[in-house]
Design a protein around this ligand. Structure first.
Ligand code: GLA
Length: 741
């Protein structure tokens, strides 16, 4: 049983295999206090940790110091306006204009399995996979209930949390702040680790000491964004990849978010995560309920690596739903970097003729096939085929691709509308805008008002018609600008503050309809590269395009940050041409292949134009993909060395769950003279197993011999290390395979 209620102590104990989370009902006023989150405990006698035995005591016995209580007590769901001056999780505007909320626990329920969150992405699990606790709290003055739900995924060491607010009064209430998770802890000299970036430089790891006062990150762009990421990890100062305590929080949501830490006068940390309260007001009419998206919480005693592996397992097993989640994805070739907008049927078929011979399995026709789109300044919203380019029509093209033995995929940007489009000419008010102001364009486009059901219906109808018109097996769903000028022609003024969240609900509905009607479709999300790579989108698509930066060296850092949370199976990664279109760097074709193998794998180049030497390497890369993708997709990820820290080389590995097989990727970014081989301590192997070590590329067995007498034990490889010969030149990669005897 992952969740136990101890009647005497009024304490809830949530256990995973390696961690424990506890909260308790305290005082006659039934406050819900946070007790503990950390390594697994067998004992539960822990209410003393809430410090209710110390001054200023609890309110029912000492109302004189009620405010001091509010400002120190570790609250499970801190509320606004009563004296807790740390940031809070819940605030309202009542019918009388008041903002305070006070919650007391009234009941709870524990059950096997997990319920879904209506209209929202969320983790799921069968009855033998997870247990749920629902704690109902009430504000007697507002007549408002809150149901706080926790689900324990015991085997993967993850706990999720979300909440529902129900207005039981006869008056309307406006929710002004609903944060999904709160973690009150003593600051044990913690560091805060977050992911930051920009377009083409997404999710770089950023670590800093947690300091007094407020610190955090947020997005107000209507997507999680390239710049910030809905994730944070609070870590022991000495914690590293393998050791030390880490508390990871990840938000299953794709819109505006806030993730913050506040360190107060008593050196306590309050970590909060939820929908960004900026530009958020939700009118909750009498009898209505509001569901806040969930947060995944992971405690690891094995540093960041342990945290990553928990997130990977949970996301793979209990968040991604696509039938592709357990399948090898077709190796695709995407024409974006190959042609940009300059393509037609013949050019695409030329690429397919070559690609099919090399073992590539799917053509993805990117931006530019619809309306009259020859550049980025028209036709979004007009999802009908541009016959001048796609001569003979879409069905003809798809059939021809199929005839050549390849599948066909297509690009859409369904959330957008170009000012130069038939859709805009017919429905200018469907673009998000504020009357009387000139709405800002980005990439010459506006955003469709997906808070309106008729807009959702229209755009979905167009996408559906295209998908039904030919044998299309993959969709790349793009989103190339943030939201601004928030105004909807259909929302009344009192609901305008709901627009950002309603927009996200519209996006989720669109994608839900798509995967329901086309259950075998492989959906890949994308947003100007990796601007919307988040757990929310993974509920709909098993993979997301990681970044528009396809340079192998830049990708090392982008993929490292992404793999901190997300399984390699979800990272869209392709081999592209050089000089790279984002940085102009020239890297060996082989290295580009190794780095892309850590993701979904594919090509983003004109295979008819690349040097013959590179083209000739493709069949071997294809072979490697088929040989190692099962391992990469399903194995445990270990980071061995980070180029971001050592400025010289990068190394990571994937180990099969039964530890019989592993794949090490090593990339020497900058070479140095006069150094001998590099010793690398491997991770995650079975110390008792013996492994053959093979350099995959030339299939040379270097350190051991198959069937021979000399192989290395897992113990030796992990404690003493593997000697990696120094490659000649910069940007050189190596792939090393380990197979247990
Ligand atoms: C975004 C994507 C690219 C490509 C272009 C097309 O930038 O990230 O891969 O699809 O849009 O406009």
């Amino acid at each position: 049983m992952g969740i136990t209620y101890y009647e005497k102590e009024r304490l809830f104990k949530l256990d995973t295999l390696a961690s424990t989370y506890m909260c308790a009902v305290v005082d006659e006023e039934n406050f819900l206090g946070h007790v503990y989150f950390g390594p697994r405990l067998e004992d539960h006698d822990a209410v003393y940790l809430t410090r209710t035995g110390e001054a200023p005591f609890v309110p029912s016995s000492n109302n004189r110091e009620r405010l001091a209580f509010y400002d120190t007590f570790p609250m499970e769901l801190p509320t606004h306006g009563l004296g807790d001056n740390r940031d809070d999780a819940l605030a309202v505007r009542s019918a009388l204009g008041h903002t305070a909320v006070k919650l007391g626990v009234v009941s709870h329920e524990i059950y096997k399995g997990k319920k879904g969150l209506k209209g929202l992405p969320a983790t799921f699990g069968k009855e033998d996979e997870c247990t749920t606790l629902e704690i109902t709290m009430t504000d007697e003055t507002l007549k408002m209930d809150v149901i706080l739900s926790y689900t324990v995924f015991e085997k993967v060491d993850a706990i999720t949390r979300s909440l529902k607010v129900i207005n039981n009064s006869s008056d309307d209430i406006v929710l002004t702040r609903v944060m999904s998770a709160c973690l009150d802890m003593d600051n044990e000299d913690f560091d805060l680790l977050t992911l930051h970036g920009s377009w083409a430089r997404e999710r770089h790891i950023n670590r800093r000491p947690l300091t007094r006062g407020f610190q955090g990150l947020s997005s107000i762009k209507g997507e999680c964004s390239h710049q910030e990421h809905p994730f944070m990890a609070i870590m022991e100062k000495g914690a590293d990849e393998d050791r030390g305590e880490v508390f990871g929080m990840s938000f299953v949501y794709s819109g505006n978010f806030l993730a913050s830490c506040y360190v107060n006068q008593f050196d306590s940390v309050r970590a909060l995560m939820g929908i960004n309260p900026e530009d958020f007001n939700w009118l909750l009419e009498s009898g209505e309920e509001f569901i806040a998206p969930e947060v995944i919480m992971v405690h690891s005693s094995e540093g960041l690596g342990g945290m990553s592996r928990s997130f990977h397992d949970l996301i793979r097993n209990n968040l991604i739903r696509s039938p592709y989640k357990d399948r090898k994805r077709p190796i695709l070739i995407n024409n974006w970097e190959a042609t940009y907008f300059d393509f037609d049927t013949d050019k695409l078929l030329g690429i397919v003729d070559q690609a099919s011979k090399l073992g590539i399995e799917m053509l993805v026709m990117d931006d530019g096939w619809f309306g009259h789109r020859d550049f980025d300044d028209s036709s979004l919203g007009d999802w009908y085929v541009y016959e001048d380019k796609i001569k003979g029509g879409l069905k003809y093209l798809v059939d021809e691709v199929n005839k050549r033995g390849m599948k066909f995929g297509i690009w859409f940007e369904p959330e957008m509308i170009s000012p130069d489009s038939d859709l805009y000419r017919a429905h200018p008010d469907w673009a998000i805008q504020i009357p009387g102001r000139v709405p800002g364009q980005a990439r010459a486009q506006y955003v469709l008002d997906l808070t309106r059901p008729e807009v959702v219906d229209n755009v979905y109808g167009q996408v559906k018609a295209i998908l039904e018109s030919a044998n299309i097996e993959y969709v790349k769903w793009d989103m190339n600008r943030p939201l601004s000028d928030m105004g909807s022609a259909s929302l009344p003024p009192e609901r305008m503050g709901e627009m950002f969240h309603r927009y996200m609900l519209g996006v989720y509905e669109l994608q839900e309809r798509l995967i329901t009607d086309f259950p075998n479709l492989l959906l890949e999300n994308c947003s100007g590269g990796g601007g919307r790579f988040d757990p929310g989108m993974l509920y709909y698509s098993p993979q997301i395009w990681c970044s528009d930066d396809t340079d192998a060296i830049e990708r090392l850092l982008i993929q490292e940050g992404t793999a901190l949370i997300y399984p390699l199976s979800s990272m869209g990664a392709h081999v592209s041409d050089c000089p790279n279109h984002a940085v102009g760097r020239v890297t060996p074709f082989k290295t580009r292949g190794y780095v892309a193998l850590a993701g979904t794998f594919g090509y983003e180049l004109d295979v008819t134009k690349i040097p013959e030497e590179d083209r000739n390497m493709i069949p071997d890369q294809v072979k490697m993909y088929h040989a190692y993708n099962d391992l990469v997709r399903m194995g445990d990820y270990y980071r061995v060395a980070s180029y971001s820290q050592n400025n010289e080389y990068d190394c990571y590995m994937v180990v099969s769950k039964d530890r019989s097989e592993a794949l090490v990727t090593f990339v020497q970014v900058l070479n140095r003279v006069n150094f001998h081989s590099r010793k690398i301590r491997l991770k995650g192997l079975d110390p008792a197993k013996k492994y053959f070590v093979t350099y995959v590329d030339d299939n040379k067995e270097t350190s051991g011999k198959k069937g021979g007498e000399r192989v290395y034990s897992g113990e030796m490889l992990m404690k003493a290390g593997l000697l990696i010969p120094r490659p000649w030149g910069d940007f050189q990669g190596m792939l090393i395979s380990l197979k247990a005897q």
